[in-house]
Design a protein around this ligand. Sequence first.
Ligand SMILES: Cc1cc2nc3c(=O)[nH]c(=O)nc-3n(C[C@H](O)[C@H](O)[C@H](O)COP(=O)(O)O)c2cc1C
Length: 212
Amino acid sequence: MKRKVLMYLCLVLVINVFTQNKDIIVLNAPDTDRGLTVMSALSLRVSVVEFDTTSISHQDMSDLLWAANGINRPETGKRTASSAMNAQDIDVFIFNETGVYLYNAQSHILELVAKGDNRVIFSGDEAGSNPPIICLLVSDISRFGTGDNLQKSEWAAIDAGIVAQNILLCCTSIGLTGRPRSGMNRKLIKELLGLKESQLPLLNIPVSYKKD
Ligand SMILES: Cc1cc2nc3c(=O)[nH]c(=O)nc-3n(C[C@H](O)[C@H](O)[C@H](O)COP(=O)(O)O)c2cc1C
């Protein structure tokens, strides 16, 4: 009997560790010495329509998220992307084959938000290809301390554009490629992610390795 209880406890422990590992992905520190120069990346950036299906490596994912909207000045908590009034309104969600994850810039981790492969939500816009990840940029306009809704939506769109360009230039610099898209089923996305009224999905960016 004692042995059975012990075995059960061990099993629970293993299941817990397994679940925890899946719910949180700890990212690597960004490698700020790699990649093409900004000028080279600018000369090569392009929005592709066909995507490679190879999974994105852990280092590439870590670097991409930090470049997108990570913290580059820990003393102030400010980001690689500027934002109106430093509202830091843009959240980056990653859709991949195992789930949807929210990028937590403070801890530089990915937090599971929805289980399962939900990339299909974005299908219909990428000509039968299956990118390994799709980055979704969502602005939470309640983080703007001032302004009416029109003004807030304008800031939100501009802030999303800045994060998007960080992603696209980082992609080009490190051998990835992507396409910014405003077209998407916002209703389904809001339901899946349980977004608040103030959270606006603005752009999605399928990302893959460059196809030969
Ligand atoms: C704000 C914005 C929204 C876009 N929305 C879509 C979209 O919904 N679907 C799509 O296939 N491409 C979309 N694009 C990609 C553009 O069509 C593409 O950037 C444009 O053709 C210029 O090509 P380039 O990025 O290679 O220079 C969008 C681009 C931007 C900047």
